[in-house]
Design a protein around this ligand. Sequence first.
Ligand code: DSN
Length: 418
Amino acid sequence: MITPLEKYDPQIYELLRQEAARQSACIRLIPSENYVSKAVMAATGSCLTNKYAEGYPGKRYYEGQQITDLVESIAIERAKKLFKVDHANVQSHSGAVANLAAYSAVAAPGDTIMGLALPFGGHLSHGWKVNFTSKIFNSVSYELDPKTGEYDFNKIEELAMKHKPKVIISGASAYPRIINFKAFGEIAAKVGAVHLSDIAHISGLVVAGLHPSPVQFADIVSTTTHKTLRGPRGGMLLCKAALAEAIDKAVFPGLQGGPHMHTISALAVALKEADSAEFVQYAKQIIANAKVLAESLMEKGFDLFTGGTDNHLMLIDLRNKNIPGKKLAKALDRARIETNYNTIPGDPAKPFNPNGLRIGTPAITTRGMKEEQMKIIASLIARVAENIDNEEVIAQVGRESLLLCSQFPVPEHFLVQK
Ligand code: DSN
């Protein structure tokens, strides 16, 4: 597939080659990123990108759906089996769209939705003030207890009783601990709200049985497909049978036109991969790696929010180091260690210049790195932090990161040859 690209558009070809090389030659610790398999990549780049398929299997608005109907039905059935749900909609172009579709399926403009505040690890699409979801709906945000870093269910219930939201959202983008979905379900039931659980970050851990599933306690579950789940970029909605029609209508024709059939075919492949013993092993290793990375960082004097992690990610509170998150993230990037700066719950600083750093282990686990490499990575991070203004040391750490990467090659499809 690369030869015609190289021939026709050497400029884009060269940039893709450089990006492949970059992804190969750096330690990627952004917890929402991963490396997909060669099979997922092949389906993503397939002829299905040429096809419009507005509607759903068996009821489309264009002809020529002999294959697309089969592909989408397979993706749906695999999602239903894997997540143990009555219904799956695999058409959302992203997690944010999936969330918006979920709200619009069960709430009207002006109704109240209630989600975790962005600076506490919530997602923009959970009704944060700069997001469109807060313009359409009346948005109320709950926070974590800044002392323990845990959910304060008494406070969440109090807020829910006061505002009587139509939708309560559980789930987060930067929460390092197990989420008690049952407690959210009980509060939602008490106030007559729909419980939407956004498991974008942890869906790979959920299907592997390593994080409790929200399915039993939530009316709707949303997820992205490309984080721990390790599929193509996209979103998915899972729900009970009673909400199936409303969810499908909300996605199409409510919010989207044609589904991205190439992505849906790749999602089907990823769901097949996730339904395997190898995937469970990968998910176990993600958590084992995160625990060792967290412990090693704490041994080096880093302050971790909640004192560690139960899942794939951790939040470093840099206030004791006196280094702004952005400054460290940029220095680490120069040392071939890719992270993202992030707010720490209760952080007085703005999201664009916060005091925290968010890191996670899915991508490095896919490369085959294990506990031993986590200790090395923790010391590389510590050396950069201790020498934040010393470019010579940062360059040396970069060489060591490169060496580590060379010992754990990225699945070969990433290495676009020149
Ligand atoms: N942008 C994603 C993340 O990095 O967590 C959330 O959608």
